[in-house]
Design a binder for this molecule. Structure first.
Ligand SMILES: [Fe+2]
Length: 236
């Protein structure tokens, strides 16, 4: 039976990373026990286009009126470790609004909520592995990890590929954000190239004239050049 390659530790966030304080309390004290992959990891859910609503991938149309902020297109291609496009992969995103506030009871950052922006969307990749969202550029927000700590603008991503073992939860960042070098969450990945894979690229071909700037975020599920996987429970 086919085995998926084990992730390269340098390309993944460290479980315990001093500058990211809460990791020290929840990181495992012992090394992981490596188990062989079985059928329950090597198979996965199968999605079609039917359960996805027509506007699920347009986060600017989930309220009674248009949300505040800068409209953006976020799109890309989901491929596997061998460069093959992954059709019918479920891509889910969640994010803060333009002011850096989540529509969530646990977020008490004193920035305004936007009644027209819920901050969650989903899409299914097409036959060529492509997905596309229209959303609002999220704002930076403070997170009390250390004095004057701010998360760079980011969008959370969750993907189901063709197998449960290729499940991916990660974050997408924006190019040239001055907060990126200061972010312990992103910097907990020691490999510079792996960190760079989490930063989207401005793409004029995705940009819609008179409407929205476009950002490309291609995603590789599992394998040597896999997008870094966010450690479970770490989604500030
Ligand atoms: Fe976040």
């Amino acid at each position: 039976m086919y085995e998926y390659p084990r992730p390269n530790p340098a390309g993944q966030p460290a479980c315990a990373y001093d500058p990211y304080r809460s990791t020290l309390r929840r990181a495992p004290a012992h090394p992981a026990i490596v188990l062989p992959h079985t059928l329950s990891e090597l198979t996965g859910p199968v999605y079609g286009h039917n359960p996805i609503g027509e506007t699920d991938n347009d986060l600017t149309r989930h309220g009674p009126a248009e949300p505040q902020g800068e409209r953006i297109v976020v799109a890309g291609r989901v491929i596997d470790e061998d460069g093959r496009p992954l059709p019918n992969a479920l891509v889910e995103i969640w994010q803060a609004n333009a002011a850096g506030r989540y529509q969530h009871v646990g977020d008490n950052h004193p920035a305004p909520l936007d009644p027209n922006f819920l901050g969650a969307g989903r899409a299914i990749t097409d036959d060529h592995g492509n997905y596309r969202f229209l959303t609002i550029k999220p704002g930076a927000y403070p997170w009390r990890n250390h004095y004057n700590a701010w998360r760079p603008a980011h969008i959370h991503f969750s993907l189901f590929g063709s197998a449960f073992v290729s499940r991916l939860v990660t974050q997408m960042f924006f190019p040239n954000d001055p907060l990126i070098p200061l972010d312990p969450v992103l910097q907990s990945i020691s490999d510079e190239q792996a960190r760079a894979r989490l930063v989207s690229a401005f793409d004029l071909s995705l940009t819609e004239p008179e409407w929205a700037l476009g950002y490309r975020f291609d995603i590789v599920l599992r394998g040597r050049s896999a997008t870094p996987f966010e450690v479970p429970g770490r989604q500030p």
